[in-house]
Design a protein around this ligand. Sequence first.
Ligand code: ADP
Ligand code: AMP
Length: 213
Amino acid sequence: MKIVMLGAPGAGKGTQARMISEEFGIPQISTGDIFRANIRNQTELGKKAKSYMDQGLLVPDELTLDLVVDRLAKDDCAKGYILDGFPRTIPQAEALTRALCEQNSKIDYAIDVEVPDENIVQRMSGRRACPVCGATYHIHFNPPVQEGICDECGAQLIQREDDKAETVQKRLDVYHAQTQPLIAYYKEQGCMYSVDGTRTMEDVFNDIHKILK
Ligand code: ADP
Ligand code: AMP
């Protein structure tokens, strides 16, 4: 089962991808997480990606594509995967389609988590992330048991640099211009599904579960 999660930044893609990953036993592959790990480890890729991410811009396709293709070739992807944050541009989607086609495969489900821009600002400003295990919380909607501490690994939670108010609007503009067209792209491919992402995480997950069954 190969799944692509679509939706604005902060719509809940990562939250849902994590739940799907646990339920179906397939890996969640987040390009954002991969870039952040590279920034932490101060790799060449991390240094290049950071300058774009800090401005709320997309990392160029040429830095993103090979990384994903290499990741998808790993053994744990054999039964399928959930792509969270990739593709984000039409050229990325076309490259993914081509890479899968070469293996006689395709994306089975593209799931758009629909959340209006008005709600996004609140979602992103309250997001807290674990820099160690990648778990995501929200100060109101999904708080950790102990404030500021990850439930899963005990690390100190952080606010992502690009979740600060000044970058959020830029990221939304970039989403509408470059990523939203993917909805029409996957509709054309006949695998596009939408869920109302404004409800609770559990309700959204139930809808996705029905689609995947
Ligand atoms: P994305 O991966 O699309 O950028 P996240 O999954 O990180 O988004 O979610 C953004 C923020 O909104 C996080 O703080 C998360 O805890 C919170 N969140 C996710 N889903 C919901 C929901 N259904 N209701 C309220 N808050 C949510
Ligand atoms: P995310 O964690 O998905 O919100 O991504 C954080 C940031 O990483 C984005 O704002 C982009 O700068 C960068 N990024 C993540 N995935 C991609 C991608 N597929 N293409 C380009 N940039 C990406």
